[in-house]
Design a protein around this ligand. Structure first.
Ligand SMILES: Nc1ncnc2c1ncn2[C@@H]1O[C@H](COP(=O)(O)OP(=O)(O)OP(=O)(O)O)[C@@H](O)[C@H]1O
Length: 112
């Protein structure tokens, strides 16, 4: 059990690091709070709540993975390198794809 708590502490440390260093993650968290407040105001159905929470978690998780990739790239390639650029740009692209899909689904949830 204490091993589990130690691992949980490390995971929370990672989330704290992401929030402290990544302005995009902070932006996504503010957008998530607004979406949750809008969900309360609109009185979403249970399935819509599930979808909304899943989308928020997916975008935040993608941003955290992007942060991890950026950290590893900066560690192994402090100098400019085309593969370092490809890794960072591709990871950022993945977040963009997910965030765009989340935006479209949020519009459908709140406007339909
Ligand atoms: N080592 C590198 N070699 C080549 N290009 C790099 C390298 N590091 C960063 N870049 C380029 O600069 C861009 C910005 O990198 P940076 O590390 O500042 O991340 P970022 O996009 O500003 O992310 P964030 O603002 O979320 O920290 C990357 O997307 C990449 O195109």
């Amino acid at each position: 059990m204490s091993r589990f708590l130690v691992s949980l502490g490390y995971a929370l440390e990672g989330i704290r690091f992401g929030i402290k260093t990544q302005r995009h993650l902070r932006f996504h968290l503010v957008a998530a709070c607004l979406a949750l407040a809008a969900g309360l105001w609109k009185g979403l159905q249970p399935v819509a709540w599930g979808l909304l929470v899943l989308l928020i978690a997916a975008v935040v998780a993608a941003e955290l993975i992007n942060t991890a990739i950026e950290a590893v790239v900066d560690l192994v390639s402090p100098l400019p390198h085309p593969l370092a650029k490809a890794a960072k740009d591709t990871a950022a692209g993945a977040v963009l794809v997910l965030a765009a899909a989340a935006l479209v689904i949020a519009v459908v949830l709140f406007c339909c």
